[in-house]
Design a protein around this ligand. Sequence first.
Ligand SMILES: [Zn+2]
Length: 113
Amino acid sequence: MHEMSLAEGVLQILQDQAQAQSFARVKTVWLEIGELSHVDPDAIAFCFDAVVQGSLAEGAKLEIIRTPGQAWCHDCAKAVQVSSLIDPCPVCGGYKLQVTDGQEMRVHELEVD
Ligand SMILES: [Zn+2]
């Protein structure tokens, strides 16, 4: 499953952070998931619970923040919101769009002990 390896990636980040900042427990993880990222938040939550078993983040709460898709419209010369990669510009209906945000998944913040 796609989300399983992503959840393992998140755990890896937590372990790296724990070493860099010397904390022992992770209590809450705020995870940003872009609306254009094709990551299923329910699936990632389920996988996260599974991969953190026995780790420093066992029992940690996963808070998911959805970040909206954003693109730059070259015709309008401004940033617009899009809900998929194949959407036209919601303002002018054109397709000269460059996606600038909403494709990523990243750890936004941690609550640790
Ligand atoms: Zn436009």
